[in-house]
Design a protein around this ligand. Structure first.
Ligand code: ATP
Ligand code: MG
Length: 229
């Protein structure tokens, strides 16, 4: 299948067991997500949120059941198309030992410096541009970023990539409440016509999401709008 502007997801009876483990961590997940829908995936630590996102990027294959993207089995997509269709911010954002520019450009090799500076400013990381600008060295032998700064760099990459499906794993963890709300507002603005799945621990600040899915023990146990939960 070719890349499309929207991204609808259908999970049918998805069960997943990590290799070598005795028990599944996801049990019979059924979930239909319309193109353009904004979903918050909520649940306690260890309930399977990150694992579910990893199945959607095909980091792992479902042990049974089926995942469809725009009506086609996820397995029918080639790597490059799938990568072009998804923007991910994983729970641990990887910072390369390289310049700030290269750390951003991995998400958008053609982006010019103005664009890079603009997204840094949008996520509140323009401070990193002081002194050496985009030449600043990150990671080993350079500037070590705090957890919150790493997250925001991950979000800056996502803003550069702009795919139809956004999978964000706790992108605001470690940020103060005010910065968290700014980042959520920014994501809302950038994802207006995109499909967004955002993993979080906290119900707070999720009133703008179309739906909140609550997971527990590898299952979706409740879903609905913020007001109803
Ligand atoms: P958190 O909120 O702490 O990030 P989570 O909901 O994202 O938790 P997962 O990371 O999906 O939870 O983990 C679900 C379960 O799968 C946990 O019991 C975890 O220990 C287990 N698990 C995660 N990764 C692996 C792995 N690579 N191999 C085996 N088990 C794993
Ligand atoms: Mg997780």
């Amino acid at each position: 299948p070719a890349a499309q502007s929207g991204a609808a997801l259908n999970l049918h009876n998805v069960t997943f067991t990590y290799p070598g483990q005795p028990l599944p961590v996801l049990h019979n997940i059924g979930l239909d997500i319309a193109a353009g829908e904004h979903i918050a995936l909520l649940g306690r630590t260890g309930c399977g949120k990150s694992t579910l996102l990893q199945l959607l990027t095909r980091a792992w294959n479902a042990s049974s059941g089926e995942i469809q993207l725009n009506g086609q089995p996820l397995n029918a997509y080639d790597e490059a198309t799938l990568r072009a269709m998804t923007t991910t911010v994983s729970q641990r954002v990887h910072i390369f030992s390289s310049t700030l520019r290269e750390n951003l450009r991995i998400a958008a090799p053609k982006a010019n410096d103005e664009r890079l500076k603009s997204v840094l400013q949008q996520v509140g990381l323009d401070k990193l541009l002081e002194n050496e600008g985009l030449h600043a060295w990150m990671g080993d032998g350079g500037r070590q970023l705090s957890g919150g700064e790493q997250r925001r760099l991950g979000i800056a990459r996502a803003l550069l990539h702009q795919a139809p499906l956004w999978l964000l794993d706790e992108p605001t963890e470690g940020l103060d409440a005010e910065t968290e709300q700014q980042i959520l507002a920014l994501l809302r603005q950038h994802c207006r016509d995109k499909t967004l799945i955002l993993v979080t621990h906290r119900l707070y600040g999720l009133e703008h999401f179309d739906r909140i899915c609550v997971m527990d023990g590898g299952k979706i146990v409740e879903q609905g709008h913020h007001a109803a939960l």
